[in-house]
Design a protein around this ligand. Structure first.
Ligand code: GLU
Length: 469
């Protein structure tokens, strides 16, 4: 690797800024939480900033109501963004401007290849347009679907981009990749969706990300993204790819592979410990020998048990009845997904979530903020709904769209209703106790992350091979 293109800067001369950039396609699964913790602990270790960015440009896969649900789940598992969460769909203008610049600089071109043709290389549009590139859509038949691409062949073939130094994997070569890279890189799809590779580079530059910690399934993408930094004459961040968690047949945990939601099976304490053990085995064992860490974990566990104890059989039956009644409105697939969250752990997590939400709503009210969920308030129909009584759909059409979709895509339902349901089911004293326990729990969890794990995080101790769960 030439000195003039040195990617790896372990000293981070500028302030460290890391990020976690999930796509809101559904509930968090262990694979994504694992990456999120790695990125978060690394930024704590570097005393840096940690940002959460929502990558929702593939709109059909990422319904908007999933965004608050995902952010709330991340918060439940102890992850907060140090600055306002950036949502990609709110920055379409920036991506389009960048495409315009690449078009006017003659780097980008319009492509009318079908999906099958796109697999053939070189791209026939690039060839046919080589002499006189189609720079404006005027030269295209308006009815012909077309994408916008850039030919990065010269970059991929350049000496500098044959390899890069990864903070975890060391030198990674293009020739190590399983597949050859398609150098005709899509910037905007024929259906108008901005391509991930373009958006992610623009965002990482815009947010001044110094290190990208992400899953090793993104290695190919890294090689495709490096040329975009070159095109922009911007120094890329450091990359740190962490291994994937796979199921026993070697498949990556993902929504497509029906990975179970962490919400149903792990509390914030147990998911933290499991991911720490998988990511930093030696650190994990070392920390568990320290008396103050053991005490902290015991306190967390006790807090969790006390919260769970508040959900007596009677409370659980009432809640399940009400929640299931609400779920009747969902499509079968959504209903199954939602029902799968109603485990004993899922209920404890839900209690943690609603109690946190109640506290945040109260704090916002004290600051006289507009609490963002208030606008979705309705009458009390939801909390009062009886199992068996057919839930009247009348009025549903009057609900704000997000309110309705929020119910349709998660078990949580509208927060005000969920708060009412839980506080009523628990009774005043227990509800009060739940809020106190939740505040204590999060204070302990924050200490576990910021004072214990973060400072002990070691990049060199990260695993390099896929982890079979
Ligand atoms: N949004 C991508 C995903 O959820 C992550 C991309 C990245 O970290 O660059 O898989």
């Amino acid at each position: 690797m030439s000195d003039s293109f040195s990617l790896y800067s372990p000293d981070f001369p500028n302030d460290y800024c890391g990020r976690f950039a999930p796509s809101p396609s559904g509930h968090l699964h262990l694979g994504s939480l694992f990456t999120a913790y790695a990125a978060y602990w690394r930024s704590l270790e570097q005393h840096g900033t940690f940002l959460i960015r929502i990558e929702d440009l593939d709109f059909p896969r990422c319904p908007r109501p999933n965004i608050p649900l995902l952010c709330q789940e991340l918060q439940l598992f102890g992850l907060h963004s140090d600055k306002k969460v950036r949502v990609q769909s709110e920055h379409l203008g920036e991506y389009h401007r960048s495409i315009q610049t690449l078009l006017s600089n003659d780097f980008a071109y319009f492509c009318t290849c079908t999906r099958a043709q796109s697999k053939e290389q070189p791209c026939t549009c690039w060839l046919s347009n080589k002499q006189a590139r189609i720079r404006t859509k005027i030269t295209l038949d308006p009815d012909t679907p077309h994408s916008c691409k850039v030919n990065i062949t010269p970059y991929l073939e350049s000496e500098e981009l044959q390899s890069f130094t990864d903070a975890n994997l060391g030198v990674v070569r293009q020739s190590d990749l399983e597949h050859s890279l398609n150098p005709y890189l899509t910037l905007e799809r024929a259906d108008g969706i901005i391509a991930y590779n373009l958006a992610v580079v623009i965002d990482d530059i815009e947010q001044e990300i110094t290190e990208v910690v992400r899953g090793a399934d993104m290695l190919d993408a890294t090689f495709l993204q490096l040329p975009l930094y070159e095109l922009d004459s911007v120094e890329p961040p450091v990359f740190c790819h962490i291994p994937l968690i796979t199921d026993s047949s070697g498949r990556k945990l993902s929504k497509q592979n029906h990975a179970p939601a962490v919400f149903a099976d792990y509390t914030p304490r147990t998911s933290t410990l499991l991911c720490l053990q998988l990511l930093q085995e030696s650190v994990y064992h070392e920390l568990l020998q320290q008396e103050d860490v053991v005490t902290l974990l015991q306190d967390l566990e006790q807090c969790e048990e006390s919260l769970t104890a508040l959900i007596t059989d009677e409370v659980s039956t009432t809640l399940q009845k009400k929640l299931k009644a609400q779920l009747r409105k969902l499509a079968p697939k959504e209903k199954d997904e939602a029902l799968a969250l109603l485990t004993p752990t899922g209920l404890t997590n839900m209690l943690l979530l609603v109690a946190t939400q109640a506290q945040q709503a109260e704090q916002a009210a004290q600051r006289e903020d507009d609490y963002f969920l208030d606008e979705y308030d309705d009458d009390d129909e939801w909390a009062d709904e009886d199992d068996g009584a057919s839930s009247s759909d009348s009025g549903r059409e009057n609900w704000p769209q997000v309110y309705y979709e929020g119910i349709a895509t998660g078990t949580y339902g509208p927060w005000s209703k969920l708060l009412a349901l839980w506080s009523r089911a628990l009774g005043e004293a227990s509800w009060q106790q739940a809020q106190e326990l939740t505040a204590t729990y999060y204070a302990l969890l924050t200490r576990l992350h910021t004072e214990v794990i973060g400072p002990h995080f070691q990049v060199h101790a990260l695993p390099k091979k896929p982890i079979v769960l």
